[in-house]
Ligand binder design. Structure first.
Ligand SMILES: [Zn+2]
Length: 348
C-alpha cells in the first residue's frame, strides 16, 4: 500500500513539476512574455526567451554552452581527444553560430577544440563534418600567452579568420543579450602583466572567473581556479557579490579548489562538476576528490544538488530570471557512494 501511495505521489510530483525538473522555485510568478526581439532569435538559439546553460558531457575537460535567446556563448572547448563528444553535444543542441567563445586558460582540456571551431583544417573537417556548420564571431581569453603548439595554432586561427579577439580582466562586463551579463572577477591586470613579463605561469590560477547574472539568477564560472584564486576573490569582493545560485566547481572537483570559506561565501544551492568518465581512460586524477564534496555537504548543499557530468551526463540549467531549474541527463545518485569509496581509499 505504501509503495502504491509513493508511486502516486511521485507521479503527481512529476506532472506538477514538469519533466521531473528538480529545480527550486523562488517565485510563483509567470515568466515574462517573450519580447519581439526574442521571437526573432535564431531557431538554433530557441530557448523561448529563457536562459539555458548546458554543462556539456565532454569527458575530462570543460565545455559549457550558454544560450540566451539572443546569443550563444561557449566557455571552453574540452580536450582535442574529446572533440567527437563536443561536436555531438553541439549538434544535439543545433548550435551553428557561436557569438562568443571564452577560453578560461590555455590548458589542453579547455582549448582543445578552439582552433578547429574557429578555422578547421580539411583533416579536421573530414573527422568532424559538423565543424563546417559552425562559425565563431568573437573570442575572449585571459590575455596570457602560452608556448604550447595548441595555443599557437589557436592564435593563428584567429588571425587567419580576422575575428574579434579580446582579453578579459577583472572589472570587464560582457553582454550576452537578453539582460544576461557576465562580470569578470579574475584575473587582475597586475597578474597578467607579471606573467607576460616573465613571472612563472600557473595557468589554472590565471583562469578567467566570471559571475553570470540574469535578473535574480546567478552562476559562478571558475575555470580551473584553485585555492589561491578563491582567496583572492574573497579578499577582493564583498561576500554578497560572490553569492550565486549555481557554482561551477573549480578545477573539475579537485581538492586544489573549493575551500570551506569560498563555498560559504558563494553559498550555492547547486554545484556542477565537469570531469571524465573513468580513471583508466582520461580522468587519471580521480576527480571529483573527497574534500570538495565534504565541503559542499558541510555547507548544507543538498546531496542531490551536487551533479557531475561523469555520472549525470550533460547538466542543463534553465532560468526565466526569477526561478531556475537544473536537469541532469541521467538521474544518478552517486555522491554518497563516491564519498564512501574515497574515504575507504584514503584509509588504505
Ligand atoms: Zn581543466
Amino acid at each position: 500500500m505504501k509503495k502504491i501511495f509513493l508511486a502516486v505521489l511521485m507521479l503527481a510530483t512529476f506532472i506538477l513539476s514538469g519533466c521531473g525538473s528538480q529545480g527550486k522555485e523562488d517565485s510563483k510568478d509567470e515568466p515574462q512574455a517573450a519580447t519581439k526581439e526574442d521571437t526573432q532569435a535564431e531557431a538554433a538559439q530557441d530557448v523561448k526567451g529563457n536562459l539555458k546553460i548546458s554543462m556539456l558531457n565532454v569527458g575530462q575537460g570543460d565545455a559549457i554552452l550558454i544560450q540566451t535567446g539572443k546569443q550563444t556563448i561557449l566557455v571552453d572547448t574540452s580536450d582535442t581527444d574529446e572533440r567527437d563528444l563536443l561536436l555531438k553535444e553541439l549538434e544535439k543542441l543545433s548550435v551553428t553560430k557561436i557569438d562568443k567563445l571564452i577560453l578560461t586558460h590555455p590548458h589542453a582540456d579547455h582549448i582543445g577544440s578552439a582552433k578547429a571551431l574557429i578555422n578547421p583544417s580539411k583533416k579536421e573537417l573530414s573527422a568532424n563534418p559538423y565543424l563546417e556548420k559552425i562559425s565563431v564571431a568573437e573570442v575572449y581569453d585571459n590575455g596570457i600567452s602560452a608556448s604550447s603548439p595548441l595555443y599557437k595554432s589557436y592564435l593563428k586561427a584567429i588571425d587567419a579568420k580576422g575575428i574579434t579577439y579580446k582579453s578579459l580582466k577583472v572589472g570587464d562586463t560582457l553582454d550576452f543579450g537578453n539582460s544576461v551579463k557576465f562580470n569578470v572577477l579574475y584575473p587582475t591586470p597586475e597578474l597578467v602583466d607579471a606573467v607576460n613579463g616573465g613571472q612563472k605561469s600557473e595557468p589554472n590560477n590565471e583562469s578567467v572567473v566570471g559571475k553570470l547574472t540574469y535578473k535574480k539568477f546567478s552562476m559562478l564560472f571558475t575555470g580551473d581556479a584553485e585555492k589561491e584564486v578563491e582567496a583572492a576573490l574573497l579578499s577582493n569582493n564583498k561576500t554578497k557579490n560572490l553569492k550565486c545560485d549555481v557554482l561551477k566547481s573549480g578545477h573539475h572537483g579537485s581538492y586544489t579548489a573549493s575551500t570551506k570559506d569560498f563555498i560559504a561565501a558563494v553559498n550555492p544551492s547547486y554545484v556542477l562538476i565537469s570531469c571524465g568518465p573513468d580513471e583508466e581512460r582520461r580522468n587519471t586524477y580521480g576527480h571529483p576528490h573527497l574534500e570538495p564534496l565534504e565541503n559542499y555537504l558541510a555547507q548544507g548543499i543538498d546531496e542531490k544538488n551536487i551533479l557531475c557530468t561523469r555520472w549525470n551526463g550533460t547538466i542543463t540549467v534553465t532560468s526565466d530570471g526569477k526561478s531556475f531549474s537544473v536537469q541532469p541527463e541521467n538521474n544518478e545518485d552517486w555522491v554518497d557512494k563516491w564519498i564512501k569509496k574515497k574515504q575507504k581509499d584514503k584509509k588504505k
